[in-house]
Design a protein around this ligand. Structure first.
Ligand code: 5AD
Ligand code: SF4
Length: 442
């Protein structure tokens, strides 16, 4: 047999954790095809971008990146460039005409076609795969993922979304909801546990809908119970939850199972009922606040985070004030704020009464300023407490220090020996900053 020449792939991932998980899976599939990952495009045989389409800015980033990467292909025409992920799915062949350096376009359901796309590119054909046409063994591909961390891993449990929020491209680019059979999820987590992984984040656009469309009668809380029985996994998290689908049962399950972390990302988007309705979110401010009360009652130390969109069409000063007051009332630990971006094909992109960009930017700044104060206050309140940290490694800003995360998903910097990486340690908090905590080992 002629030995296969080892090739290299430079993969850059944009967007959410689902994209990160897909990227790790692409690297697994590429590994089988003889490609090793490299962290620079310089000298790579294959350049693959895994893209995000959530806001116009995310999409623009892809094309400016492609503009830069084109140089590598000009220098060496044998270099192949592929575009995968959400922009690939939404623009399809349009990417090939917009950017001549791109060899192939791989949609969100087409991971199994990746080797075929490369083969086509090698014969000089530009190809597009927007559907999983080939038989594709997801569970095997997941097991072969090349993971970024040795201690923490992402495990997708549900793909796509049926919610159709008025502003969102996700149902369009990720398709309808499909739950992954429990058996494969458990096999993947069992395999990770055997390899020493200690923390798992279950992924989905709407994890609370797990199992709802299946006849198997295994719901999200059943999955949580099953996952918590796997020995060796100390911490389990999940994203993203929809406030309309977060059931009391799930809240009580979270509170009753030891490995499930006291942290929840629960995107509210707006504090105004009028805007929530225009966004087609399917819940009210009162319902959201009631879910928060339920969570805090069940888990008093829980850390809560959210997403806010400002400048949705028709958002008045009064509506925006309601968003600020909700942020104040809840007292989130952290928050991601965005200016509304009209996305092609979404109902909100057709709405009248657009909010001026300057007004929207001012509102975003007000949200971020308010949250900074609240985060600092909440983090300060932790000074003196003893917390459990999963050590992630050296602090990138302080080569002598270590960085880890609490169960509540807060970043903690402290001094310690690098051999602690990947272990759980107790740390006493000495300082609370808006975006992190400082601590010492007692
Ligand atoms: N414009 C701005 N923000 C958006 N998000 C989703 N779609 C849009 C859009 N069109 C935000 C939401 C969501 C997060 C992932 O991105 O807040 O929760
Ligand atoms: Fe971006 Fe949504 Fe695609 Fe994730 S699923 S990469 S957030 S468009």
């Amino acid at each position: 047999m002629v030995p296969m020449k080892e090739k290299t792939v430079y993969l850059k991932s944009f967007g959410c954790q689902m994209n990160d998980a897909d990227s790790e899976q692409y690297l697994g599939i590429l590994g089988r095809a003889g490609y090793k990952p490299t962290d620079t495009p310089d000298g790579a045989d294959l350049i693959l971008l895994n893209t995000c389409a959530i806001r116009a800015k995310a999409e623009q980033k892809v094309f400016s990146e492609l503009g830069r990467l084109r140089e590598y292909k000009l220098r060496d025409p044998s270099v192949k460039i592929g575009v995968a992920g959400c922009v690939a799915q939404s623009m399809g062949k349009g990417i090939l005409s917009r950017e001549p350096a791109v060899d192939f376009v791989l949609g969100t359901g087409s991971a199994g076609d990746l080797p075929e796309m490369i083969r086509q590119a090698e014969t000089g054909r530009r190809a597009t795969s927007l559907l999983a046409k080939r038989e594709f063994d997801l569970d095997t591909a997941r097991l072969e993922s090349v993971r970024t961390s040795l201690y923490h891993a992402y495990v997708p449990i549900i793909y796509g979304c049926d919610n159709h929020c008025a502003y969102c491209v996700v149902p369009g680019v990720r398709g309808p909801e499909r739950s992954r059979p429990l058996e494969g999820v458990l096999r993947e987590i069992g395999d990770l546990a055997e390899r020493g992984y200690r923390e798992i984040t279950l992924l989905g656009q709407n994890v609370n809908s797990y199992g709802k469309k299946d006849n198997e009668n295994i719901m999200f809380s059943d999955l949580l119970h099953a996952v918590c029985k796997i020995p060796g996994i100390d911490r389990i998290r999940f994203v993203t939850s929809h406030p309309g689908d977060l059931s009391e049962e799930v809240v009580h399950t979270m509170a009753s199972l030891g490995p499930i972390c006291e942290a929840l990302h629960l995107p509210v988007q707006s504090g105004s009922d009028r805007i929530l309705s225009a966004m087609r979110r399917g819940y009210t401010r009162a319902h959201y606040l009631q879910r928060i009360a339920l969570l805090r009652e069940a888990m008093p130390g829980i850390a809560l985070s959210t997403d806010i969109i400002v400048g949705f069409p028709g958002e008045s000063d009064g509506d925006f004030e309601e968003t600020l007051s909700l942020i104040g009332d809840v007292g989130f630990d952290s928050l991601f704020g965005f200016v509304f971006s009209p996305r092609p094909g979404t109902p909100a992109s057709e709405l009248p009464r657009r909010v001026q960009e300057t007004v929207a930017q001012r509102r975003l700044q007000a949200v971020l300023d308010l949250q900074r104060e609240i985060s600092a206050r909440r983090n300060n309140a932790l000074v003196g407490s003893l917390v459990e940290i999963l050590v992630e490694g050296r602090n990138p800003r302080d080569p002598q220090g270590l960085t880890g995360r609490t169960r509540t998903n807060k970043i903690v910097h402290f001094q310690g020996d690098v051999s602690l990486t990947g272990t759980l340690v107790a740390v006493r908090i000495t300082e609370g900053r808006p975006n992190c905590l400082i601590g010492v080992q007692p």
